[in-house]
Write a protein that binds this ligand. Sequence first.
Ligand code: F6P
Length: 537
Amino acid sequence: MTDIWSRLKSCRQAQGDTSITSLFDADADRATAFSTRADGLLFDWSKTMIDADARDLLLDLARNADVVARREAMFGGEKINETEGRAVLHTALRNLSGSVSVDGQDVMPQVRQTHDRMAAFANDVRSGAFAGQGGKITDVVNIGIGGSDLGPYMATLAMAPYHDGPRTHFVSNVDGADIADTLKGLDPATTLVIVASKTFTTIETMTNAQTARDWMAKTLSDPAAQFAALSSAVDKTGEFGIDEARVFGFEDWVGGRYSVWGPIGLSLMLAIGPDRFDEFLAGGAAMDAHFRSAPLADNLPVLLALVGIWHHQICGYPTRAVLPYDNRLMRLPAYLQQLEMESNGKRVAMDGSDLTLPSGPVVWGEPGTNGQHAFYQLIHQGTMPVPCEFILAARGHEDELAHHHILLAANCLAQSEALMRGRSLDEARALMEAKGLRGAELDRQARHRVFPGNRPSTTLLIPQLTPYTLGQIVALYEHRVFVEGVILGLNSFDQWGVELGKELALKVEPLLKGEASPDHDPSTEHLAQAFRQMRAD
Ligand code: F6P
């Protein structure tokens, strides 16, 4: 552990019982000094225990880890995903006028060509120039999982006010319930099925794709004509029978969880149209430009990462909650779970040594205000502090329901205020006294109504949830993950832990069918036997 980590830990220890509110008492400018604005966004990180000393040390951490050099290596197409020998260039998908080479070859002509083919196809589907065997496409079913589902699903839900294309549906789970429920009520003759899989081998996706084809084949003479494929394994899409005119490829330097900006975003493009999709790309590209040009102390992704490191690696809080006060961002926490936990949930450093610091935290969340009526109890009064990341838009889309939006925003700000301030025993006692309680019963009841406060949170304020701001938010979190990964010294771009799951299921499958399958533990064999028995009963 370097000197900076030790000094950060000492800094935290020296804070002792100091409260966040006392930091405001000591610094009249804290609210503005610990808020950062960039391109219309406001990131308020003042309701944390990060004081000027901690901030300076955290920035030293970023400098010491050479975040700037690593960042430029990423944008420059160097193979920073060292365990897979790959460049990391999802940023190229959203900077269409840029130029970047991998292995000495400019990748942008291909990126632009694929983008333009996607746009032409999306326009054809939306206009009816490309039709199903029963007429204009009314429904699009995206079949994918992980990064081939979470990004487009999250973004398509978020962009509901801009939908003017076919209805979009998402199937991910190999549980037959998912595809059965989705296809129920759809007309195969006017449905377009998109098979989204970077590798085109993922068992869940290929099983669902086959089921969708069988469903179409019951009534259509040429089901494959209503399939499109999004993949970096274009050879395999041909084997599945999808015409290459409807295959949109991408390179292995686009990680699954970073892939919504390219072909994997086709369902979003179909829903909102290519122009709006380009606004989404522009938002992401603007965040890239900010990340590359802003000084570390004013750099949103860097600051978001440093707040994360402060709370997890320094304060030791095991989880963080992402709480969008925007119902249309309901899938953002799930999306960020993959982005953050698949990227930084590692125990080995880039050089193969053991990580000496905790890896990334557990990420979870739900939109407000719903979460308030579920798990906020624990956030306010549980024994374990949970740093909260609130996201709020100044304006909603429902002008006629503006009073809803004010109430939503009031709840968001009220929660972060209450988390920080809490309610003292004296205040709780006064409340109980006003209700007529006295003596031991007053004491007992008052203690249940105490809120410890001093619970940290940040707030990201955006003007409105638009394609552009959604692009900013997604790129902001992507770069946050990158910065945290660089500071921890791990590779944020591989996912060996999940690859294992893909292999294991294939080994267990024969056991469930009663076929010979060696090398299982007694509990698994016992469960498999019980499973077979219950199915037979
Ligand atoms: O779950 C592991 C993973 O490799 C993710 O990283 C990826 O997003 C997902 O599987 C889907 O993979 P594919 O797009 O190749 O089907």
